[in-house]
Design a protein. Structure first.
Length: 128
């Protein structure tokens, strides 16, 4: 039974990685205006490095039940449990920084005050 759960976790990791890669390319990076072009390419490659790593982790989790060495299976599971936990923690902590934007569009093109869109943990902020 635990072998089936490991393989399901591997399939879930691959699915999440593919969704992450596709949404990153179609929703996030497609709208971003990043100059120079080399920097845009670098950010795109770094984004997809996480996708490739999660796919690799999913493949290892799928293959873990057939690995002959018990310590190797153990370390595959422990390593990717840490990787996934770190991703969840980074996602949570990534929202601790406030997001800012200029009110330029709301004022007809004139530069405006910076407004705090979200405070720590996504709570609404105020003006700076």
């Amino acid at each position: 039974m635990r072998d089936v759960l490991l393989q399901c976790a591997g399939l879930a990791a691959i699915a999440v990685a593919l969704i992450h890669g596709v949404l990153g390319e179609t929703k996030v990076l497609a709208r971003a205006t990043i100059q120079p072009e080399r920097l845009r390419t670098l950010i795109r490659l770094v984004w997809q490095a996480g996708t490739v790593a999660w796919i690799g982790g999913g493949v290892l989790l799928i293959a873990a039940p057939i690995v002959a060495s018990a310590p190797a299976r153990h370390w595959i599971v422990v390593t990717f449990a840490c990787v996934f936990a770190f991703g969840a923690l980074a996602q949570r902590c990534g929202h601790e920084r406030p997001a800012f934007r200029l009110d330029r569009a709301e004022r007809g093109g004139r530069a405006g005050r910076r407004r705090l869109l979200a405070g720590p943990c996504g709570k609404p902020g105020g003006e700076e």
